[in-house]
Each structure stands twice: as C-alpha cells, then as structure tokens.
Write a protein that binds this ligand. Structure first.
Ligand code: FPP
Length: 240
C-alpha cells in the first residue's frame, strides 16, 4: 500500500475555515475492537495500523501542518511480550514500506518522539533512517510517539537543563528542551475514554479535546472531519 500515493493526494479534501496547526491523536480501542470479534488483540493493532496510514494521508490532504500519533507509551511495555512484539513488528512493516515509498512520492516528514533506549536496534535503525530520509520534506510533519510519556519528556528536559548548569528554570527553558513538538491545538481520542494518559502533557495546556465512542480500527476520515468541524466552532480564549 502506497504511503503517500499521488492519486490519494489529488482527491478533493473537505473544506475547513480553520484547522488545528497541530493535531494530536490517541489511537485507542484496538484491543476492544478485536475482542468484540473474537480475534486476538494483535488483529486490532493490525487494522489500527491501516487506519493510522489513512488518517495520516488525510491530514496531509487537508494541509494540517503537524500531527502527533500516540502509538506506544512508556507504560505499554507492561503488556504481554507477544503483544508488544506484534506492535513493534507493525512499526517495522510501516517503516520498511515507508522506506520503499519515500523515493517515489513522500513529502511528509516523519519524526519519532519518545525514548529510543529500550526499543530494539533494528527498529531504531529504521526510525533514524526514516527521519533522515524525510528531513527536508515539507508537507505534514508526522510525529510518532513511541516509548513516549509526557512526564518522562518533561523530566528529561529538566535534567538537560540541570546538566547545562541552570539553577532557575523558566517555562521557556522547559519548552525549548522538550521534543520539538509545537503547542497542540486539538486532541482526538476515540474508544470512549476521556483522559490524556500521559500524552503531550506540556504541549496540551490549551488543547481542545474531542472524544468519540468509535474504536480506533473503525475510525474513518468522516470521524476526522467531525472532530475538525467541531474544532472550527470552538471559542479559544487561552485563559484571557
Ligand atoms: C491502544 O489500543 C493502542 C495501542 C497501545 C497500540 C497502537 C498501535 C497501533 C495502532 C499500531 C501502530 C502502527 C503504526 C504503523 C503506527 P488498546 O490496545 O489499548 O485498546 P483497548 O483499550 O481496547 O485495549
């Protein structure tokens, strides 16, 4: 399946008066989707990975500048090893596919956020390669959060500042030492859960939230449009 197929890109995208500059998406509900069908949880992740591809593509069609997908949290290592391995294999499939496609039509930039340490080396190599190969691409920047935790990100930023000899730390110092993810304007969480789960804690300070009962493997571009139309209506005051 082409990652950034030209044909897809030429499709007329829905029109929006205003779009989030940075959209965050928590891909949730894969396990329940599979369970409802009497399938192993990994089957839900497999379909979830396909949905990730199509939503990624649609964000590019719409011209959203930044989108962050929460793919694997620092807490997800507690899952059974077989499930962790299956998710890592899906990342690998995606990265291998991406590698083939970058040459052709790729103009999305891919950046991984989270701790590299703890991730198997074959994946880390492909992640580094994907970042290098897409570094000068200028369509949507796709941040993939893998082995990511918002608290871990903030703690790491503070430790970097301490190592630089800082004794008084400002908000700007912390912002400047996080992964280079911009302020998040909207967070989408499907599957009926209404919590942040350690996602973009710092960047989500003024995020608009959109929840839905749809499970991630059933999430479609129509759901994305629904969330974005809701965003158009929100009155954002940033505390003023
Ligand atoms: C949350 O659903 C999902 C995950 C922890 C894994 C998400 C991974 C994918 C969608 C595959 C990603 C692949 C690529 C290529 C980015 P859950 O398992 O917690 O579902 P549940 O709450 O119903 O149990």
């Amino acid at each position: 399946m082409a990652l950034f197929s030209k044909k897809e890109k030429e499709k007329q995208a829905e029109h929006f008066e205003v779009l989030p500059n940075h959209l965050g998406i928590i891909m949730d509900g894969n396990g329940r989707w599979a369970k409802k069908r009497g399938l192993p949880r990994t089957a839900g992740h497999k379909v979830g990975a396909e949905v990730f591809r199509s939503i990624c593509q649609e964000c590019a069609n719409l011209g959203i500048k930044y989108v962050t997908f929460y793919a694997f949290s620092t807490e997800n290592w507690k899952r059974p090893q077989s499930e962790v391995d299956a998710i890592m294999d899906l990342f690998k499939d995606y990265l291998l596919e991406a590698k083939r496609d970058f040459v052709k039509a790729g103009d999305n930039k891919i950046i991984f956020i989270g701790e590299r340490e703890g991730i198997r080396q074959d994946l880390v190599d492909l992640m580094d390669e994907a970042e290098r190969d897409t570094a000068d691409h200028n369509a949507t920047t796709v941040y993939l959060a893998i082995n990511y935790g918002g608290r871990q990100e903030i703690a790491a930023a503070v430790n970097k500042l301490i190592a630089q000899g800082k004794t008084k730390i400002t908000e700007e110092d912390i912002s400047a030492n996080l992964y280079t993810v911009p302020e998040c304007d909207m967070i989408i969480r499907p599957s009926g859960e209404e919590r942040l789960s350690n996602f973009l804690l710092w960047q989500a300070a003024y995020s608009e939230f959109w929840y839905s009962d749809v499970l991630w493997p059933d999430f479609t571009v129509k759901d994305l449009y629904e969330a974005l139309h809701e965003f158009e209506k929100r009155n954002r005051r940033f505390g003023a």
